[in-house]
Design a protein around this ligand. Structure first.
Ligand code: E4P
Length: 221
């Protein structure tokens, strides 16, 4: 399973990238605003900064909600860097835009997916990635992982090449369960990725090893 980080914070992106396990980045307008990145020029520059850190797909979301606007914005984003994937919302105009970009060989990530029907439409339009929001479904008492499973079955039934990008990942168990189901990609915060490495028995065991080593290697008096 590929690991993407879901943030526009350059320090977090660098830290995840330095681990050597990062495959890509997803952003959204809320994440950009959270970092204080505003104004068209700053936003475009920030995407390039991210692309210069990570050698992998970087999702950059359009703001327009009409077909022509999405095409204009998406083409500008795609020209920024070879790593850019144009992120398009799951609305009827978005489906048309995904179809258009797919015919031009421009990669897309269809975002705000909350049902299997939406995922099916995105795949038929030729989306490169589809982003079901696991955590936001959990927030409304609906099992987000059930949706990942449903989409996996549908895509496998018909051999769709669209990759399932489990989004809105909140904690390490989400990541593990997505891997069990066979999600192609997950995107989550640095905290969820780092939490995978944590285990108290690892910490205790390491402390013991180091203490025993120190006992046997005391410097001569
Ligand atoms: C998807 O690409 C979104 O950026 C993201 O995963 C949303 O996550 P959230 O529900 O934690 O805001």
């Amino acid at each position: 399973m590929k690991f993407f980080i879901d943030t526009a914070n350059l320090n977090d992106i660098r830290e995840a990238n330095d681990l050597g396990i990062l495959d890509g980045v997803t952003t959204n307008p809320s994440l950009m605003a959270k970092e204080g990145i505003t104004g068209q020029n700053n936003i475009l520059k920030h995407y390039v900064d991210i692309c210069n850190i990570v050698d992998g797909p970087v999702s950059a979301e359009v703001i327009a909600t009409d077909f022509e606007g999405m095409i204009r914005e998406g083409e500008t984003l795609a020209e920024l860097h070879k790593n850019i994937v144009v992120k398009i919302p799951m609305i009827p105009e978005g489906i048309k835009a995904i179809k258009y970009f797919s015919s031009k060989g421009i990669r897309t990530n269809c975002t705000l997916i909350f049902s299997a029907g939406q995922a099916l439409l995105a795949a038929k339009a030729g989306a490169s990635y589809v982003s079901p929001f696991v955590g936001r479904l959990d927030d409304v008492s609906t099992n987000g992982l059930d949706l990942i499973q449903q989409i996996r079955v549908i895509y496998d039934n018909y051999g769709f090449e669209t990759e399932i990008l489990a989004a809105s990942i909140r904690h390490p168990m989400h990541i593990i369960q997505c891997a069990e189901i066979g999600s192609d990609v997950m995107t989550g915060p640095l905290s969820a990725i780092l939490a995978l490495a944590k285990h108290p028995l690892t910490d205790n065991g390491l402390a013991q090893f180091l203490a025993d080593h120190a006992k046997g290697n005391k410097s001569p008096q």
